[in-house]
Write a protein that binds this ligand. Structure first.
Ligand SMILES: [Cu+2]
Length: 123
């Protein structure tokens, strides 16, 4: 009786491992995360224009080369401070295709207003 229960339990355990393993394999194969590095300095982002794929998770990783900047993309609902000597990350899953402008929202000097870029979400 006990033996049978053990066999069942082991069988169940193996099934769970297989299913979760397959599931995570499926996700990572279909939707590799897009990691994009962007540097910020007075008064530009580099690259200023990035293209991502709709439905695929994105991590934007910002590095500042001089001072504190901001990253704000209201249409995608994402923002972060960009602090020097820190990896400043935002994570999102683009749900709609299009071109979305972003800008620096931490005043950084005379060219601050021109510190902008674009995120292009492709189908
Ligand atoms: Cu600024």
């Amino acid at each position: 009786m006990l033996r049978e229960f053990q066999r069942l339990a082991i069988g169940f355990g193996i099934a769970v491992i297989l299913v979760t393993g397959l599931a995570s394999f499926g996700t990572s194969a279909d939707q590799p995360e897009q990691v994009i590095k962007i540097t910020a300095k007075k008064f530009e982002y580099s690259p200023a224009e990035v293209t991502v794929k709709k439905g695929v998770p994105v991590t934007l990783e910002f590095t500042s080369l001089d001072r504190v900047h901001g990253f704000n993309c209201p249409d995608l609902g994402i923002r972060t401070d960009i602090v020097p000597e820190k990896a400043n990350r935002v994570h999102f899953v683009p749900q709609k295709a299009g071109t979305f402008e972003y800008h620096c929202d931490v005043f950084c000097g005379d060219g601050h207003e021109d510190m902008t870029g674009k995120i292009i979400v492709a189908e």
